[in-house]
Design a protein around this ligand. Structure first.
Ligand code: URA
Length: 448
C-alpha cells in the first residue's frame, strides 16, 4: 500500500476502493500509519468528501477493527439512541430506564462532553460510585441480567475510530458528514443492535446548526444502518435553546430523576417520549407511536422506570439512594439567582453560551485531562417567549465559590436576552427521517 498515492488520489477528488480503506484502517488500528499521513488523508477527505461506497467501506473497516457485543439468537430486541450532542440534553438518562423497563434491551454506549456540549458519561459519573468503564463482557452480562448498561467506548470497540477521532479533533476535521457518520455508525454497529434511533440536533447549539446538513447526516447514517441489518430512524430536534432546565452534570441527573418520577419539564419529556416511541416501535414492542408514548407514561407513573434506573445505578457500583433522595448527589457550595435585566419577552437562551458557561464553571473540559466538578452549572427556568418582569428570577447559578458565581452570572448575562419580542423558536421535533424519506413534523412555532 503506497499511502502517498492514496492521499494524492483523495486530494484530487478520486475515490479509494474498499480494500484500500481496509488497509488504511488496519494501519490506523495497529499504529502503522504515521500521524502526518493520517492527518493529510483526513484533510483531503474533509475537502473532497467520500462517495457512499467509500463511507460504507470506512464504516465496515472501523467496526471490524475491534470486538462487538454478541447476544444469543433468542435475545430480545436491542435498541440504542444516539444524539449528535446538545446542551441540557439528559434524554439518555431518562429514556434508557424507560425503554428497558418496557422489556427492550438497551446496550447504550455513550460519550463524554465534546466542545460546548455535555456527555452522558460525565453526567452518570456525578452519581457517587457509578462506574462507566465496563468491559464488553461486563456490559453484555449486565444487559442480559437487567436489560440495560450505560457505558463508555471501551478499548475493544472500533479502536481505529478512537485514533482517527483523536486525530480529527487535533486537525479540525471533525465537522465532515461522512467522517461523523462512519465514526458514529462503526461504534453503534458494534453494539449488536436490532435497531437505532438518532437524535439529530439542529439550531445554534448543534454541531451542525444548519438543518439541511443535519438531514444529510441523518440520511447518511440511516443508509449505513439499513444496509447492515440495523434499521435506523432519525428525529431532528431543536437545539436553539437548552433542553429542559438543568445544564451541568449532577444537576442534569437530578432533573432526569424528577423526569423518571413523572415531574420532568415538558420539552424534555416530549423529546424523550418521541425518541423512546421510535425505539419501541422499531423493537416491535408497540404497534404505533401513540401506543408507545402511552406505554412510556405508564411505566413512569407506576414507578417502574425510576426503579429500573436504581437497578442500573446499583449494577454499575453507584449509590441507588440518589433516585429516592437526589440530595445524595454532590451539591454546589455557592448558589445565586440570575434576574431579568428588564421587563419584556425572553428572546433568546443561547445554548452554546450556556454550555461554555458550564465549562467555565468547571463542569466540562477545556483540555482532555481536566477534572470535572459535577456540582456546577445552571438551572434555567426561563424559555424563549416567556413574558418576564424586571428583576424576576430567570435562572440559578451553582458554583464552587464566589468567583464561580461571578463567572456564571456573566455567562447568563450573555446567554439570556430579554427584548420587546422573541423570534420564532424552532419546533421541538421538526423532522422524522427514515429510508423512505423526510417527514416534516413541525414548522417553527417552538411549542408544537
Ligand atoms: N461523535 C462521534 O462518535 N464521532 C464523530 O465523528 C462525531 C461525534
Amino acid at each position: 500500500m503506497f499511502v502517498p498515492g492514496l492521499i494524492a488520489r483523495k486530494r484530487d477528488g478520486g475515490a479509494l476502493s474498499a480494500e484500500e480503506w481496509r488497509g488504511l484502517v488496519a494501519a490506523v488500528a495497529d499504529g502503522g500509519l504515521p500521524e502526518y499521513q493520517l492527518s493529510a488523508l483526513l484533510m483531503a477527505v474533509y475537502f473532497r468528501g467520500l462517495t457512499p461506497d467509500e463511507t460504507a467501506a470506512l464504516t465496515d473497516a472501523m467496526c471490524a477493527s475491534g470486538a462487538r457485543l454478541a447476544f444469543g439468537p433468542a435475545a430480545p430486541p436491542r435498541l440504542d439512541k444516539h444524539s449528535t450532542g446538545g446542551v441540557g440534553d439528559k434524554v439518555s438518562l431518562v429514556l434508557a430506564p424507560i425503554v428497558s423497563a418496557l422489556g427492550v434491551w438497551v446496550p447504550m454506549m455513550s460519550g463524554r462532553g465534546l466542545g460546548h456540549t455535555g456527555g452522558t458519561l460525565d453526567k452518570l459519573e456525578s452519581i457517587p460510585g457509578f462506574r462507566t468503564g465496563l468491559t464488553l463482557a461486563e456490559a453484555t452480562a449486565q444487559v442480559e441480567r437487567i436489560g440495560c448498561a450505560l457505558f463508555g467506548q471501551t478499548a475493544e470497540i472500533a479502536p481505529a475510530d478512537r485514533r482517527m477521532y483523536a486525530m480529527r479533533d487535533a486537525t479540525s476535521t471533525v465537522e465532515c458528514i461522512p467522517l461523523i457518520a462512519s465514526s458514529i455508525m462503526s461504534k453503534k454497529l458494534a453494539e449488536g443492535l436490532s435497531g437505532l434511533v438518532l437524535d439529530v440536533k439542529t439550531g445554534s447549539g448543534a454541531f451542525l446548526p444548519d438543518a439541511d446538513r443535519g438531514l444529510d447526516l441523518a440520511q447518511t447514517m440511516i443508509a449505513l444502518g439499513a444496509a447492515r441489518g440495523c434499521p435506523t430512524v432519525a428525529l431532528v430536534t431543536a437545539m436553539d435553546r437548552p433542553l429542559g432546565r438543568a445544564c451541568g452534570n449532577a444537576l442534569e441527573v437530578e432533573e432526569a430523576i424528577h423526569a423518571l418520577r413523572g415531574e420532568g419539564p415538558d420539552d424534555l419529556m416530549r423529546v424523550t417520549e418521541a425518541l423512546a416511541a421510535e425505539m419501541l416501535v422499531l423493537a416491535g414492542r408497540c404497534a404505533t407511536a401513540a401506543d408507545a408514548v402511552a406505554a412510556c407514561r405508564a411505566v413512569v407513573a407506576s414507578g417502574a422506570a425510576a426503579r429500573q434506573f436504581q437497578r442500573i445505578i446499583e449494577a454499575q457500583g453507584g449509590n441507588p439512594a440518589v433516585v429516592d433522595d437526589p440530595a445524595a448527589l454532590p451539591q454546589a457550595h455557592a448558589v445565586a439567582l440570575f434576574r431579568a435585566p428588564r421587563r419584556g419577552v425572553v428572546a433568546r437562551v443561547d445554548p452554546r453560551r450556556v454550555g461554555q458557561g458550564v465549562i467555565a464553571l468547571g463542569g466540562g473540559r477545556a483540555k482532555v485531562d481536566d477534572r470535572i466538578d459535577p456540582t456546577v452549572g445552571f438551572v434555567i427556568s426561563a424559555k424563549p417567549g416567556d413574558l418576564v418582569d424586571a428583576r424576576q428570577p430567570l435562572a440559578t447559578v451553582f458554583a464552587r465559590d464566589d468567583d464561580g458565581l461571578a463567572i456564571g452570572l456573566a455567562a447568563l448575562a450573555e446567554a439570556l436576552t430579554v427584548a420587546d419580542e422573541a423570534p420564532v423558536a424552532l419546533p421541538l421535533v421538526s423532522h422524522r427521517v427514515t429510508t423512505t424519506g423526510v417527514e416534516v413534523l413541525g414548522n417553527g412555532t417552538g411549542g408544537d
